[in-house]
Design a protein around this ligand. Sequence first.
Ligand code: NOJ
Ligand code: NOJ
Length: 538
Amino acid sequence: MVKSSFLVICFASLTAGLLIGEFSDWRPPFRLPHSPLHSEKLLQKAKPLISSTVTIIPPEQYERWIEHQTHISFEGIIKNIGGYGPGLEDVMRGAVIASPSKSHPDYYYQWTRDSGITINTLIMNYADNNATNATLRDIIYDYINSSRIIQRQSNPSGTFENLEGLGEPKFKVDGRPFTAPWGRPQRDGPALRAIAMLNFVNTELKYNESGVTYESFRDIFDNVIRPDLDYVGLKWQYDGFDLWEELKGKHFFTSMCHRRALISGSDLAQKLGYADAAIFYQTQASYLTQFISDYFYDHKKGHLVETFGNHKRSGLDSALFLGSIHALDLLLWSGKADVTDIYPPYSDEVLASLVQHITDMRYRYPINLRRLKTFESLGVNISLVGIGVGRYPEDVYNGVAESEGNPWFLCTATVSHTLYLLADYLYTRTSDFTLKLTEHTLPLLGMFLDKVEGFDWSDPSFELKRSSPDFDTVVLRILAYGDSFLDVIREHVDSKGSMSEQFSRYDGYMRGAEDLTWSYGAFWSAVRQRKLVYGRIK
Ligand code: NOJ
Ligand code: NOJ
């Protein structure tokens, strides 16, 4: 059992009184300062009463906001699906548009990646509710049917017959190919689509016992899942464009998704009696394990790099954390948080990358500096204050054209998600577990260990036993830090809880494609993990 009083925020009830005055008109939809300047004013008022905080609002309000925003985010995904969202008459049933924005930028397309990731979000929700939600089931079947059609469209990347067509990054909303020049192929797409469908099949098999057998999924496996798995198994060693559609090469995110798809795919192939396919996927997955461990960790830099052999960038990238998360067996994780994997979110390499990425982002965007300074002026220990996180340091895409990069909602949520997974992993260790540091993870873990008895910043050989009374404190600090990144999102969504792609590095207002499906999906997924771990702790 853990005392939650340490947690999050030490707001004296007095403080709450004071702040509630500010928020007396509060009711969902949450109306909060989405301009940092406004929040600074509020913070100044609260100053004398705050001791340590991850958010300027009282904990109950923060929790209410999380609930509300989670609901908005789920709806935000559904609203962008053909057959379900309003005003999408021209969208194929079951296709997921990246955003309703038709110009500046034009995101009115179905990207295989965005739709695979966000449908997977719906599938997690479906699984969490024991596969009972018939509407969700319909949406997922519509997505599978639309995938079947889209897979078979010859396009500039290739055809269904030679499999290369599956690597086409995006399609028109009615399912026809998009033929203008683009960064193609993007080889993560088929893997993400397969992962989503495999999660769905496994969920059906787990919960819907009556009449649902492996046999019920033979058609979907043979004709929709298997082409994607074959594509991954046969093509993973070829170059392709990265998830941000900019660089051609081999990418951590892409390879991690490939590996997960093949492992889960091999398992289902085996169960359906396709022994050869099962062995093929398994073998390719083990080559990928080797490939990933050989190529993506830079020992000199002490962090993972997103694109192999690219010397123009540091390699720090939100794609590393996305890759680490999407490579997990998230269905299994929700059951027991005991996954053995390569570069999982709690691995030394991912944590070392995370702290260097965050450190870069802290000082890169003026809104982050302002936020930190404000909290500092309140006497808060700013090492555990969240910030807005962008794609990668060198990014120049402003959401419409090239100038300067901004923080992204989905990247900021992904940092929270990573921290929640780390907290969950640590919390669920058995009593013989010991948390160990390395020179590269010390800067991150040190922040959580600060003031723990015996811990000394100059000594990476410090160890903390699971059985130590301080261990749970460390877990709670990690959670609080994760909450603090979601709090940044709270400051930048609009009064309706809408999320675009980015928020300005200068004034914090939203930038880029509005109602980006993936922003909602990333927020929803982070909160799902947050609920899982807080649920275990209670
Ligand atoms: C450039 C961006 O960096 C990339 O991520 C995006 O997909 C394309 N432009 C198209 O909007
Ligand atoms: C640009 C992003 O870089 C890419 O990852 C995404 O697929 C598209 N926008 C569509 O949202």
